[in-house]
Design a protein around this ligand. Structure first.
Ligand SMILES: [Zn+2]
Length: 266
């Protein structure tokens, strides 16, 4: 997907050769998998990422192994080659940092929950907030928010705190990774939080009954697919939700969370 990205930069009126900042919200492959390939084509670009994520851009082997557990033999067709980013091209961030980029002043806020190293970028002047995955998955024009809960480090308490933090910034618009601009922010986060906790509880109860991963996946689909079918306008939309964050990955993320963070509840 490098060529379409470079073409879009040109279409927006910029020369890719002049790009100086690549701001990663987190290192998951669908967000920063191309960082290593990009810096090889954008000679002036540095990749900005939280300090806990930086090692995984400099050496992508753990992220690739983790994704391979989810995607299996679809790894190559989905992602292609995933290049590491040379350490000299990575700048590490912490919450509270300020970046001056392209005439903007961007606040960096640490927002773990979806990933341990997740950050958002907020332009307080324009009210625009680049939210990555902390604000969930939602197709433009569809009134449905899906919590993306992949392994290995979703954390429901941290995620709730991050939602609270993002809302306290009072943004006017959220740009989410999957996909586009969100303006009904209060309602959007309300729905995300509700579903995040509802699915968590659903998976926990199934685990307590001794159900296997495969069975829990089937149960979650049965539990939740009808409501998505009601709001989606065509099969393609259903598929796009599944591509952004599929049920198998969702269940794996929650199962790992409960086993690792709350074994006392199992
Ligand atoms: Zn992600």
């Amino acid at each position: 997907m490098l060529e379409p990205l470079l073409a879009s930069i040109r279409e927006a009126g910029f020369d890719p050769q002049d790009v100086t900042h690549i701001l990663a919200t987190h290192v998951h492959l669908d967000h920063a998998g191309a960082a290593g390939s990009l810096v090889r084509r954008l000679p002036k670009a540095q990749v900005y990422v939280h300090s806990k994520g930086a090692p995984h851009l400099i050496d992508t082997s753990k992220v690739v192994a983790s994704a391979a557990r989810i995607y299996g033999d679809r790894m190559q067709p989905l992602w292609g080659e995933i290049d590491s980013t040379p350490a000299g091209r990575v700048r590490t961030l912490e919450g509270g940092d300020i970046l001056k980029v392209a005439g903007r002043r961007l606040e960096v806020h640490y927002t773990p929950g979806h990933a341990l190293h997740h950050v958002i970028y907020f332009d307080a002047h324009s009210g625009e907030l680049f939210a990555g995955d902390v604000a969930g998955v939602r197709l433009p024009g569809v009134d449905y928010v899906r919590p993306p809960t992949p392994p290995p480090d979703i954390d429901l308490e941290a995620w709730s705190d991050s939602i609270r933090l993002v809302r306290s910034l009072r943004p006017d618009v959220l740009y989410i990774g999957h996909y586009g601009a969100i303006k009904d922010i209060g309602q959007h986060f309300g729905r995300l939080r509700e579903k995040l906790l509802d699915w968590g509880e659903f998976v926990l109860q199934a685990m307590r009954k001794g159900k296997s991963e495969a069975v829990i996946i089937a149960l979650l689909i049965e539990h939740t697919q009808p409501e998505l079918q009601r709001v989606a306008r065509d099969p393609h939309e259903l598929q796009r939700y599944e591509i952004a964050s599929n049920y198998a990955m969702t269940v794996q993320g929650y199962m790992r969370y409960w086993s690792k963070k709350h074994p006392e509840r199992l």
